[in-house]
Write a protein that binds this ligand. Structure first.
Ligand code: AVJ
Length: 316
């Protein structure tokens, strides 16, 4: 597994550094160091999404719970430590089972251990794997109504066509008797967005550059982290924040056994973080077979939680 993971990382890094423009998936930010740095980002004053979503979820948990049927199965995409999940589990004791899905088997095992202790009556059925891949739910929960949960605005990392693909496969996994609760960040003043992705303490810069450090650690790279600038910019054509690593100088860097050239000012595009309006999110959901049942919005800086239901009427 370790070796296969490394091979996929090597192949993707080679492809990323060979592409014009150079671009890589943000999923590679999250090794152990990167996951810790993301948690550090969440407590910077500028990065509002996590704390805003958490307090929004806390204040609407009872309303969400009111729509959850008895014996419902909560299915979470990218569950991590399952912290936000507890807000729903506490508000909706009628939830019978919880299926956390996460790429990190380690994070999953830790989360399940803590949940077992705190929710002794909850059936826990973890799935270790990539939630963008084809998955199937354990047979024990097959006949029960499903509540999909995808907090954190992770949907914003997808290109629109990838988001539609995700929403379609979520429907496929959850079945017709379901709902989907998704947290997504909202379009707002550019200065607030740029500050959130370029905090004064430089934690986000470190997080972005950890990608290069990870290539050095795992793929024998020789990136000089000081030879790159962390750049966070708003792209109004696509309503998204972008993160880039921009080469300060012309240089040749070795990684995964190959040399790659960077021109001075050349960028490696490391992340898109799409921001939504009610209208843009609804259009996205509609084109993937979902209707917008309900929306909750926080106070400024705004963050949204959407409740989606399948457009197709339930088959009985
Ligand atoms: C975890 C994907 C929601 O896009 O805001 C934080 C990651 N990137 N700062 C986001 C991130 C830069 C974050 N998500």
């Amino acid at each position: 597994m370790e070796v296969a993971d490394n091979r996929e990382f090597a192949a993707d890094v080679i492809a990323a550094l060979s592409a014009r423009p150079k671009s890589i998936s943000p999923k590679y930010f999250y090794d152990a160091v990167g996951s810790d740095l993301f948690e550090a980002i969440c407590v910077t004053p500028e990065y509002y999404p996590t704390r805003t979503e958490t307090s929004l979820l806390r204040s609407i948990a009872a309303e969400i719970a009111a729509g959850i049927p008895d014996g419902g199965v909560l299915v979470e995409f990218g569950s991590g430590a399952s912290d936000k999940t507890r807000l729903l589990l506490d508000a909706a004791p009628q939830i019978a089972a919880y299926v956390p899905i996460d790429i990190s088997a380690d994070a999953l095992a830790k989360a399940v251990e803590r949940l077992t202790a705190d929710y002794p009556h909850l059936l826990l059925a973890p799935l270790a794997g990539d939630f963008t891949a084809e998955l199937s739910l354990p047979t024990a929960v097959a006949q029960l109504p499903k509540i999909g949960f995808f907090p954190g605005s992770t949907i914003g990392n997808f290109l629109p066509e990838q988001a539609v693909e995700f929403l379609r496969s979520a429907y496929h996994l959850l079945g017709s008797d379901c709902m989907l609760i998704i947290g997504a960040d909202v379009v707002k003043d550019e200065a607030i967005l740029v500050a959130a992705y370029d905090d004064a303490q430089g934690v986000t810069a470190q997080f972005n550059k950890n990608l290069l450090a990870r290539i050095n650690r795992e793929l024998g790279g020789d990136f000089d982290l000081d030879a790159f600038d962390h750049v966070a910019r708003w792209n109004p054509a696509f309503n998204r924040m972008e993160m880039h690593l921009v080469s300060r100088v012309g240089q040749i860097v070795n990684a995964a056994g190959l040399p790659f050239t960077f021109k001075a000012g050349e960028s490696l595009h490391t992340e898109n973080s799409h921001k939504f309006t009610r209208e843009s999110f609804e259009a996205l959901a509609n084109s993937a077979g979902w209707r917008l049942e309900r929306q909750w919005l926080s106070g400024a800086p705004e963050f949204a939680v959407f409740c989606l239901k399948p457009i197709q009427p339930e088959e009985s």
